[in-house]
Design a protein around this ligand. Sequence first.
Ligand code: B30
Ligand code: ZN
Length: 261
Amino acid sequence: VAGHFGYRKRDQHTWVQNFKLCDGKLQSPISISSFKSITLPLPALEIIGYHDFLSSPLYLKNNGHSVVVNVNNHLGKRLPYIFGGSLDINQEYEVDHLHFHWGAKNNRGSEHMLNGIRYPMEMHIVHRNRIYSSLSNALNYKNGLVVLGIFFQEEDNKSLYSIVNHLTSVRWINNETKLNTSITLGSLLPKNTDVFYSYKGSLTTPPCNEVVTWIIFSMPVPISFSQLNKFRLLSNGNNLIADNYRKLQNIGLRKVYIRKL
Ligand code: B30
Ligand code: ZN
């Protein structure tokens, strides 16, 4: 089966019928403009444990609407976490999983747009507020999640190799494979994390809970054409997963903040 929601235009229109929250006022993604953003003297985002190798085994899974690396069950060390930046004081957010949104062509794929640009891919590193015991629990609270949004632009990149080299093993829905090399989350981040946008929004997929503090890095990460094409072969059984991005949502009364140096 193709999963519980689809991305084609006529499918996206049905989201609100089945998932009422998708019709809310704080939905994601949005189009971000540096000119319309409010500059705040925010402290740096503290990114802890991102250079530790995640203890294996790490699994890569095709869930029918994206490809996911779960990090939440990694044992031993403390999970990588973030705090500071635009986040409420004393709130720490532990990494749960990462996944990707991509296009069939280079002119589309990212969910957020930045200064009129839609990038070919956007990675989401999803974090859960440490005060909540599970991801599903955190979905009930407006300070439940922080998602780091990372744009990719076409250019060669070594750091994605361990994930990309395993994509052929998860071509079909519910395929899962063990990564044979460990990864560090830090290698997946842009070189510069000093400049970012932040706003209050939602899950970009049903059930669309408005519980996400979005942090979108201004600097993209490079990815090669051949690496992008490996994402583009992934299937949900009926169709390619490519173009698994949600249409832009109204910003409404919300403000987008920018931290710069
Ligand atoms: S996103 O980063 O805004 N795209 C979830 C987390 C982050 C985003 C979207 C969704 C999430 O936690 N969803 C609920 C859990 N899902 C897992 C999933 O996304 O795979 C269960 C589900 O939906 O029923 Cu299919
Ligand atoms: Zn996402």
